[in-house]
Design a protein around this ligand. Structure first.
Ligand code: G3P
Ligand code: MG
Length: 253
């Protein structure tokens, strides 16, 4: 990837903190603020359906209880993943990746698909989410070029498996703290980008990463001045919860 085709701002988990995370309603709220790029977290149900959820368990973001990896998608789909955020989102389900692909297509949203395996399921999650992303976005975006879904993960093993199953999709390795061996890890996975917590980035590190030919996505940036500072250092995209404060074009020159 010679140039970075993605918008400079990504709506974190769909609609940031203005909507229930990782739901279709969240994507719609993100799009309603004009955002063109959304990040969301994808994992597998017990019956290997790729769907959206951040945590290993469902209690924080739904009315259910327990480990997602032990629930079939039919059980997960019956849960209310909207009310915890606001009553007006009552009944909003955890969508399948297929539903998300269709919704992104409808809303004209580019996607950063974060592969978020449940503990111990790194390889199969990377393999299936990678393959599904390639298949679904190809079907959904027939004829559209330039902004393929960007796969990312904190899990090296998941991203390695996704590379096998979806070799043509761009990859970004996620870190909280950028480790000493970031060059080796991103090179081994043939990554186009490095994604890192903005809290642990400084100008010198951003410049070293950029000099290595990688693009940079910084998360989760909720202050406009900080977003501007990161962009001035060379960060390509910031991922934000404050989709209202950091608008889709806030960092454009
Ligand atoms: O992909 C950026 C960001 O979403 C990573 O952290 O925990 O919000 O998935 P998290
Ligand atoms: Mg995420």
């Amino acid at each position: 990837m010679k140039s970075w085709p993605y918008p400079r701002v990504a709506a974190h988990r769909g609609g940031g903190t203005l909507a229930p995370e990782n739901t279709l309603a969240g994507l719609r709220v993100g799009a309603s603020f004009g955002h063109k790029l959304v990040e969301f977290d994808a994992k597998l149900s017990a019956d290997n359906v790729a769907f959206l959820l951040h945590d290993d368990t469902v209690e924080r973001t739904s009315n259910g209880r327990g480990a997602a990896a032990r629930m079939r998608y039919a059980e997960l789909a019956a849960l209310d993943a909207g009310s915890w955020r606001d009553a007006r989102f009552a009944g909003e389900p955890m969508p399948t990746l297929a539903q998300v692909a269709a919704c992104c297509r409808e809303l004209g949203l580019a996607a950063n698909v974060e592969i978020k395996p449940c503990t111990g399921r790194d390889v199969e999650t990377g393999r299936i989410v990678g393959a599904e992303t390639a298949r679904l976005w190809q079907a959904e975006n027939e004829g559209q070029v330039g902004m393929p879904p960007l796969l990312s993960s904190f899990s090296y093993a998941a991203l390695e498996a996704a590379r096998e199953s979806a070799p043509d999709l761009p990859r970004g390795l996620l870190f909280e703290h950028v480790p000493a061996d970031w060059r080796e890890q991103t090179a081994a996975l043939d990554c186009v980008s490095l994604h890192a917590s903005h809290r642990h980035l400084d100008e010198a590190l951003v410049k070293r990463i950029k000099s290595a030919g990688l693009f940079i996505l910084a998360y989760t940036v909720n202050d406009l001045d900080r977003a501007r500072q990161l962009a001035s250092w060379g960060v390509d995209t910031v991922c934000t919860d404050r989709i209202d404060l950091i608008g889709p074009y806030a960092l454009d020159a």
